[in-house]
Design a protein around this ligand. Sequence first.
Ligand SMILES: [Fe+2]
Length: 218
Amino acid sequence: MSISEDRKELDSYINERVDIDSVASFKGNEHIVKLKLKFDIEKIRKSLDDIKAGAEFKTAASGFHAIAMTKRKDSSVDSDKDLVGRYYTRVDESYKEVAKDELVDEASFCELVDIFKGTYFETIYDELSARYPIGRVRILEKDSFNCNSWHRDPEPRIHIPIYTNPGALFIVNHHCTHLPADGSVYFTDTRGYHTALNGGFKPRTHLVATLAYPEYKP
Ligand SMILES: [Fe+2]
């Protein structure tokens, strides 16, 4: 390649108009889908504020906090290790995949934790459970400037953003998008490699429900 050809090549990109608007909204693909189901965001927020007065987020990882919404049948306490389950990740330049943490029997998490009973979250749980095989459900709070590991899970997830900001993004494989908190329900195919990051100035809070389908074996 000559110098002038290389300049021309770059010029063709420089002259493109840069879109700065669409990143402030949702853009789906086959791995991140906005479902038809929708809830009342004001009721969700009000209910969460009430619950936060009586329940504490537990730190699941650095800058990443969780309140368990479901528990195993007849168990009185939720175990800390249940906040994180089996995931697969590539840790170094060998690009080899390794399994981390324990497999969780998602289907056994079929009871609502007491503090959520009688709240709008119970309505959401009932509506979700009537439609999909719901396993662990957690309220996940991500601090400002925090990011999850790059990993894949045994099962896909449902996300309902509760509090967010334009810098809170979800990435699955090569696709990245912001998920506005307007009561929308999103299917995220976390059987693909993914991470959630909060590059914004405020914490981000999502309801995350595991879909208890049998483990996906690639
Ligand atoms: Fe995940």
